[in-house]
Design a protein. Structure first.
Length: 136
C-alpha cells in the first residue's frame, strides 16, 4: 500500500502524489517513512526531503516546518520547498548575498525580520548543498 505525500508551503501545494517511501530532515535527524508507520508529528529542519516511487528517487529542498504522519498519509507544512531540478544556483547565491548584507544591520532590524532573513539563508544553503551534491 503506498503513502500519500502532500507538501504545502504558504504559496500553495508543492507536491502531491502516492509514493513508496519518504525521508524527512527532522530536528533530530533524518526519519524514513514507510507505509504503516506509527503516527508522528515532527519538526522539520531545512534540508533534503527524499521521495522514492518505484525505481525513481526525487529530491526536494525544504525549509523548516512540520510533518504529520497519520495512517498512510504524510503531510508536510514547510516554509519553502522546491524540487532539485528547479533550483537556480546563481539566484540562490544572490539571495544569500542579499540576506547576508541585510543581516549586517542586525541591531537595527526588527526581530521578526532577522528571523525571516535567517530562514532565507537556511533554505538557500539547503538548496545549494542539495544541488551541488547531486551534480557531482
Amino acid at each position: 500500500m503506498p503513502l500519500l505525500l502532500e507538501i504545502v508551503t504558504p504559496e500553495g501545494r508543492v507536491y502531491s502524489d502516492t509514493v513508496d517511501t519518504v525521508v524527512l530532515p527532522t530536528a533530530q535527524g533524518e526519519i524514513g517513512i514507510l507505509p504503516g508507520h506509527l503516527p508522528v508529528l515532527t519538526q522539520l529542519e531545512a534540508g533534503e526531503l527524499r521521495v522514492q516511487k518505484g525505481n525513481t528517487q526525487e529530491s526536494l529542498a525544504c525549509g523548516r516546518g512540520f510533518a504529520e504522519i497519520a495512517g498512510d498519509k504524510v503531510s508536510v507544512l514547510a516554509e519553502q520547498a522546491i524540487n532539485i531540478a528547479a533550483i537556480d544556483e546563481s539566484a540562490v547565491e544572490n539571495a544569500v548575498r542579499r540576506a547576508e548584507e541585510a543581516l549586517k544591520e542586525k541591531q537595527t532590524l526588527a526581530p521578526d525580520e532577522v528571523e525571516r532573513l535567517e530562514g532565507v539563508m537556511r533554505f538557500a544553503y539547503a538548496q545549494l548543498d542539495l544541488k551541488r551534491r547531486r551534480r557531482g
